[in-house]
Design a binder for this molecule. Structure first.
Ligand code: TMP
Length: 243
C-alpha cells in the first residue's frame, strides 16, 4: 500500500503533510486547529479537519470536472487527502467579489462594495512576514513565479470564481472572496494546490448576510462549529443531488 503516511514533511497552521512511498504523492492531514491574524489568535473548531477535508475534496473534484487541474488525487480517510507532490509557489492569489477583510482596512473601502470584474490581489506566502500584499512586479522581479505561471494562476483563479459562485449561490451563500495557492510538479506543470474551505474564503448567507466562514472565529461571533458544519451539509446535499 503506497497510500499510507510515511514521514512528516511539515506541519502548517491547519494541516500536516506526510510523504508516502510514492515520491510524487503526499498526504494532507487536516487538523481542527484554527488561527487568525497570522496566528496571533489560536483555537480549535470542532471537527474542522474532517469538514474541511470533505469540502475541499468535493470542490476539487467538481473543479476537475470543469477542466481545472488540481493537486487532488483522492480522499483517503476522514482527515486525509492524497495529493500530488508539488513545489508550492509562494504567491497567494486572492479574488474578491465584494470588499471585506484586509481590503477594507488597508484602503478604507466600504465593506460589501461589489466588484465586477472581480478584484485580483497577490500576497507573499510568508508566516514570518505576515503574508504581505505584493504586486506583479515583486513576483516577477524576485522570480517567485514566471509571467507565464502567473497568468495561468490568475486565469485559473478567475475560472474557479466563475465555477464556484453559482454553486454557493444555489446553496444560499454568496462567495465574497477567497485565497488560492498553486504549485509546480517535477516537470514544472502548474496545479491548483492547498485547499478550498471556509478557512480561506468568505461566504455570506444570502438571506441573513451573516458570515458562514472563518470570520465567525476571527471576530468572536459565536456559532463557529455550527457554521462550518452547515456549509459542509449544504454542499454535500448539493453534490449528492447531482450525482
Ligand atoms: P483578507 O481580507 O484577509 O486579505 O483575505 C481575503 C480572503 O483570502 C479571505 O477569505 C481569507 C483568505 N486568505 C487566507 O485564507 N489566507 C491568507 O494568508 C490571505 C492573505 C487571505
Amino acid at each position: 500500500m503506497t497510500q499510507t503516511r510515511q514521514d512528516q514533511i511539515r506541519e502548517g497552521k491547519s494541516k500536516i503533510l506526510f510523504s508516502t512511498k510514492d515520491p510524487n504523492q503526499i498526504i494532507q492531514y487536516f487538523k481542527d486547529d484554527a488561527t487568525a491574524f497570522n496566528a496571533l489568535k489560536k483555537g480549535t473548531i470542532k471537527n474542522k479537519g474532517l469538514i474541511n477535508n470533505r469540502i475541499s475534496s468535493s470542490l476539487f473534484q467538481y473543479l476537475e470536472r470543469k477542466g481545472i487541474q488540481t493537486h487532488f488525487i483522492k480522499q483517503l480517510s476522514e482527515r486525509e487527502m492524497l495529493v500530488k507532490k508539488l513545489e508550492i509557489i509562494p504567491v497567494e492569489v486572492v479574488i474578491r467579489n465584494r470588499a471585506a477583510g484586509s481590503l477594507c482596512k488597508r484602503l478604507a473601502i466600504e465593506k460589501g462594495m461589489s466588484f465586477d470584474p472581480a478584484l485580483v490581489e497577490y500576497f507573499y506566502k510568508s508566516d514570518a512576514l505576515g503574508d504581505p500584499l505584493i504586486s506583479e512586479g515583486h513576483i516577477l522581479h524576485f522570480r517567485w513565479a514566471t509571467a507565464k505561471e502567473l497568468s495561468l494562476m490568475v486565469e485559473t483563479s478567475l475560472k474557479v470564481n466563475e465555477v464556484l459562485r453559482p454553486v454557493f449561490k444555489e446553496i444560499g451563500l454568496e462567495l465574497i472572496d477567497f485565497k488560492l495557492e498553486f504549485g509546480r510538479d517535477a516537470e514544472g506543470k502548474v496545479f491548483l494546490a492547498d485547499e478550498f474551505t471556509a478557512d480561506g474564503c468568505r461566504l455570506w448567507d444570502l438571506q441573513t448576510q451573516e458570515p458562514m466562514d472563518k470570520d465567525r472565529f476571527r471576530q468572536d461571533l459565536g456559532g463557529v462549529d455550527e457554521a462550518y458544519l452547515e456549509v459542509s451539509k449544504r454542499l454535500q446535499n448539493y453534490f449528492e443531488a447531482r450525482l
